[in-house]
Design a protein around this ligand. Structure first.
Ligand code: 5RP
Length: 237
């Protein structure tokens, strides 16, 4: 199975399983993630809405990309701050860049980590859909941790991250000169350690640096993870 076939499979099985388990239900408030695994999940959910399996779904999106997809698929989108949402969701579903054995996660490869974390940390249930390449033994040395920063604070933030043992690279735009600008108007550093770090400790330490807006370690609302095992079956862990 190719990686993109895995993404399609895990996304559709996760949505159907969550409906069967009653975790996706009519009238619910759902956070929708960003990326090439989250989008098939959004498409599959739209199919279940269209065939009447679930009704009156209220979505909060995590990026302009997901907003556009929901517009295309006729999924009603609300702000986290709307009275009907009230700042809390029933479930958030999203992809990941890396998942460790404790289901701690790195996210932000698609530069949407800030709104992804707002949604994930304000949901009763957080769900990750991930192809098998995302499952790792430890975080911090493989996929670089995305850190959203205020551009004006780049130099002192890099110095503070270096002091935590991390090497930093400013994420550059593709077909756009200069740095990537996030949906929130900020810049991104991709940072890596030489040896594995404690993600729960580092999530707080990195966020404690003045000028850091958010980082891509997600350790505080432990997700259910749907992924693919060696035999090509979808598993939930
Ligand atoms: C976007 C994310 C994505 O969920 C993460 O990068 C995984 O992306 P993909 O499913 O395309 O591999 O965190 O900010």
């Amino acid at each position: 199975m190719t990686q993109s076939e895995q993404k399609e499979l895990v996304a559709s099985v996760a949505i159907d399983t969550l409906i069967r388990q009653g975790k996706i239900f009519s009238g619910m408030k759902i956070g929708l993630g960003t990326g090439s695994t989250a989008y098939p999940a959004v498409r599959h959910l739209a199919g279940r809405i269209a065939d009447g399996t679930v009704k009156d779904i209220k979505a909060v999106v995590t990026s302009f990309g997901t907003q556009n997809l929901c517009e295309e698929l006729d999924i009603p989108v609300f702000s986290m701050n709307d009275k009907t949402i009230g700042g809390h969701l029933d479930l958030a579903i999203d992809g990941a860049d890396e998942v460790d054995p404790l289901n701690h996660v790195i996210k932000g490869g698609g530069a949407a980590l800030l709104r992804e974390k707002i949604v994930a940390y304000n949901s009763t249930q957080f769900v990750i859909v991930a192809d098998s390449t995302k499952i790792v033994d430890s975080l911090g040395t493989g996929f670089a941790l995305p850190v959203e920063i205020i551009g004006e604070a780049r130099v002192p933030v890099v110095a503070a991250l270096n002091a935590l043992g991390a090497e930093c690279v400013l994420r550059e735009g593709v077909r756009k000169c200069g740095p990537v600008i996030t949906d929130n108007g900020n810049q991104l550093l991709d940072i890596k350690w030489k040896t594995p770090v404690d993600p729960a400790e580092m999530e707080d330490k990195v966020n404690g640096i003045v000028g850091v807006v958010e980082n891509g370690f997600f350790t505080k609302n432990r997700p259910i993870v749907f992924t693919i095992d060696k035999e090509g079956n979808v598993i939930e862990r």
